[in-house]
Ligand binder design. Structure first.
Ligand code: DON
Length: 318
């Protein structure tokens, strides 16, 4: 019933998926463009040559290439999944009213975006909207909110996700801009828990370790109408999947979201550690990991490989 409610169709046969995944990996593994994020000191130390890809179908079939099991901090790829969990807990409409679902057209950490739209954070994918979404997590203490988020993200991944303490401490020591954004939103009445405590929980959620395979499983749960295709557990309702995917299509790649939708034609989400998750509704999802980024903070090899697969596997929604 969940599948029937999302877009129909299926992935090509498994041999075809595996072959194209290997082709995309070989095509882009030596592409040497972009720079690794360094504004979070611990991220600057990563090997830029790492490259992992994974496709997970709603059938639960897994296809991997390269460093698909290498773990890295999830960073902004956590945002849609926390938004999903908060919509599920509070109801989507109150969350939409508070956060908003429109594009800012500006970088993910833009203060200008907040000043231009002070009645809303604009969307749950930019930092301000994401911290406000995290502040809405159920619980009266920071510990309860953190547990809700960690356990929920783990259900999406189908395994317990662990905090990367080094990344967390490194970001917590340097995230003055995010603290400033949260305080600014608090001043506008757009923060729903102590601003600094909410920023700290958000920083923890960004520091959870995942692999490209985990991202593919998490995305495939959204593709599968909210049921994790590996564990069989329902994580969120089908309707909330639709809300999350719409928000991703609008703002998943920040100010590059229009270009992304134009080229790839699927909802996706990037993070500064080099991960991208891309969802083909009703079919499955692709997780990629390659640390070097473009100027908007999106993995270059990840974007190229995703375009290759979107075209080769016939995934473009349009
Ligand atoms: O808040 C930050 O700056 C990071 N924890 C996450 C930013 C991020 O991943 C943006 N994505 N491309």
């Amino acid at each position: 019933e969940a599948i029937a409610a999302v877009s129909t169709g299926h992935l090509p046969d498994p041999e075809h998926v595996s072959r194209l995944l290997r082709e995309a990996y070989e095509e882009y593994r030596h592409l040497d463009e972009g720079i690794v994020a360094d504004y979070i000191p611990a991220l600057a130390k990563v090997d830029p040559a790492l490259f992992g890809m994974c496709v997970v179908g709603v059938s639960g079939r897994v296809h991997e290439a390269g460093d698909a099991d290498h773990e890295f901090s999830i960073q902004s790829v956590s945002k849609p999944f926390v938004f999903a969990l908060v919509c599920q807990a509070l109801g989507a409409e109150p969350v939409r009213e508070k956060i908003g679902v429109n594009a800012t057209g500006l970088p993910f950490n833009s203060v200008m975006a907040i000043e231009l739209n002070f009645d809303r954070t604009m969307n749950p994918m930019v930092n301000g909207g994401a911290i406000a979404t995290t502040s809405l997590a159920p619980g009266t203490t920071a510990e309860e909110k953190w547990r809700f988020i960690r356990e929920g993200l783990s259900r999406f991944a189908g395994r317990p996700l662990e905090l990367d303490l080094e990344v967390y401490e490194s970001e917590a020591a340097t995230n003055l801009r995010n603290r400033g954004i949260a305080k600014l939103l608090e001043g506008y009445g757009q923060m729903y828990f102590d601003a600094l405590a909410a920023t700290d929980i958000y920083t923890k959620q960004c520091s959870l370790n995942v692999s490209a395979k985990d991202l593919a499983v998490m995305g495939a749960t959204l593709a599968d109408g909210g049921v994790n295709p590996i564990t069989g557990e329902r994580v969120i309702d089908t309707l909330n999947c639709r809300h999350v995917l719409a928000a991703l299509a609008t703002a998943g790649l920040y100010e590059r979201s229009g270009d992304w939708l134009y080229e790839i034609g699927l909802p996706g989400k990037s993070g500064v550690s080099g991960g991208i998750v891309t969802v083909a509704p009703g079919k499955g999802a692709l997780g990629t990991f390659a640390p070097p980024l473009d100027a908007a903070g999106n993995s270059i090899r990840g974007q190229r490989a995703t375009k290759y697969l979107s075209e080769g596997l016939g995934l473009n929604l349009f």
